[in-house]
Design a protein around this ligand. Structure first.
Ligand code: MN
Ligand code: MN
Length: 477
């Protein structure tokens, strides 16, 4: 019989970060992240922030790199830590560090940079009872009532008739207006009191209040004077007409700032931890790794919250074709063959948040397999729902390798399941990597109040997630 090593304990007990790690390192990293998530409020803004980090740390833009043709010398190794980033339509991106022979496999971390939010419809503006409203269509899985009566900021782009692109950001600064979806007062909600919550908050009731002052002078055929006044304000400020809103992407997100939560400042409350925390820690992990064990990438996808569709989502594999084009540019031939080998030998960490136990709603979890705040990054062997349906169930061999690495390097981690069997579930980008043939495993920090306007993340789990990804890039083979 094999004997236990001195390090091993017979009974498994996850470790609490706060009892074994130094607070100083965690807090410094938390400040960096807080500044990031404060401005990274949409998929485009998150990609912009990641691009700044990449450029500040010696990464070259894909298009700039491709302009210079490189020749591969016979026998020479042309890729000694080559740093390139590629942006895909300003909504998804990948940061690469190429090293040695890519056939040996890659260490990839895939996160998503979109978060649940409330989008304006293509014809958003209406007027009802002399109040101007914007019609919306929510994006991703939200509990609608959580988004009522909170200040919302508006971000996005408008493409004008002449092709000009306007960037819009209103509501983040204290002197700018915000927008609100206002709920019915409790005194008069008799009709809705006995209805299930899903029936009370109909999607078509998520109308945002945008103004109340009627225009004094309007053309003869215009009846909606308040709406007209809003259009006039927008025309004066941005030079746009109502039709321009059809070619726009305008997103309402919570207007409040990330804040520490609790007397002990142990949590960060913010909008969009899912999944900007993984995007940030993956990018920082890749940038900060002093050496990488093999070719590595942090890949940030859009559209995860609505099923990874579209050419900026994880189903589109934009990062894969970028690697092939980079290899061709360096002078490799048989790129197809190289990529077949590379993919077969690669491991992807599907970096997405899991749920952390909220003690007030314990009944949704099976406590022995529920992740807890402060116990480090959550290793999620499978996601899915109702019998692991649609899950990428990671192989035991992969779980074994990763846990051994993290134990060796002192990364605090815990296993976790997304709630009780038959309670519900969810998915990540894992399966879209798996379709190519790579090994994939889900891991990320646990969140309390996921998909709410103010999600909670442990400062300790944030830091361990960063260490977990950094260690993966620098040591995993
Ligand atoms: Mn997510
Ligand atoms: Mn999500």
């Amino acid at each position: 019989m094999q004997k236990m090593s001195k390090k091993e304990e017979l009974v498994y007990k996850p470790k609490n970060v706060w009892l074994v790690k130094k607070k100083k390192d965690m807090k410094a990293f938390a400040e960096d992240y807080r500044n990031f998530v404060d401005v990274a409020k949409t998929e485009r803004l998150t990609a912009d922030e990641a691009e700044k980090l990449a450029r500040d740390n010696g990464f070259v833009k894909f298009e700039e790199f491709m302009k210079k043709k490189k020749k591969k010398k016979k026998g020479a190794d042309p890729v000694r830590d080559l740093k390139i980033y590629v942006k895909n339509r300003n909504k998804s991106m990948a940061l690469f560090r190429f090293k040695n022979d890519i056939r040996k496999g890659m260490n990839l971390v895939g996160a998503h940079l979109d978060s649940p939010r409330i989008d304006l419809k293509p014809r958003p503006f209406i007027e009802d009872s002399e109040v101007a409203l914007a019609k919306t269509h929510y994006y991703g899985g939200i509990k609608k009532y959580q988004w009522l009566n909170i200040p919302l900021a508006l971000h996005g782009v408008i493409i004008k008739g002449n092709g000009d692109k306007l960037r819009i950001s209103i509501g983040e600064k204290a002197d700018e207006p915000t927008f609100v979806i206002s709920d019915l007062l409790p005194h008069l909600d008799k009709d809705s009191r006995d209805k299930p919550i899903s029936k009370v908050y109909d999607g078509e009731k998520l109308n945002v209040i945008i103004g109340t002052i009627p225009a004094k002078v309007v053309p003869k055929n215009v009846k909606e004077k308040v709406k007209y006044q809003i259009l006039r304000i927008l025309n004066n400020k941005y030079g746009i007409i109502e039709e321009d809103l059809v070619s726009a992407e305008l997103e309402l997100v919570p207007a409040f700032k990330p804040r520490y939560v609790g007397f002990d400042n142990s949590l960060i409350g913010a909008y969009g931890h899912d999944d900007r925390v993984c995007a940030y820690t993956a990018v920082r992990g890749l940038i900060d790794a002093t050496d990488i064990s093999r070719t590595s990438a942090a890949i940030l996808f859009d559209k995860e919250e609505i099923g990874s569709e579209g050419n900026t989502g994880a189903k589109a594999h934009f990062w894969f074709s970028a690697i092939r084009r980079i290899l061709r540019n360096i002078g490799y031939t048989d790129v197809e063959g190289i990529m077949d080998e590379a993919i077969a030998n690669s491991l992807v960490l599907s970096a997405d948040v899991n749920v952390a136990l909220n003690p007030t709603f314990k009944e949704a979890h099976e406590l022995n397999n529920a992740a807890k705040v402060g116990y480090g990054i959550v290793l999620t062997k499978y996601t899915g729902s109702y019998g692991k349906a649609l899950a990428n169930d990671a192989h035991a061999e992969i779980v074994g390798k990763l846990r051994a690495l993290w134990n060796e390097e002192g990364v605090i981690w815990q296993p976790g399941e997304l709630g009780k069997v038959d309670q519900g579930g969810g998915g990540t980008v894992a399966k879209y990597f798996a379709q190519l043939g790579t090994d994939v495993i889900d891991c990320g920090p646990g969140i309390i109040g996921m998909h709410s306007p103010f999600e909670l993340l442990s400062v300790g789990d944030l830091y361990e997630t960063y260490l977990a990804y950094r260690t993966f890039f620098s040591k995993f083979v």
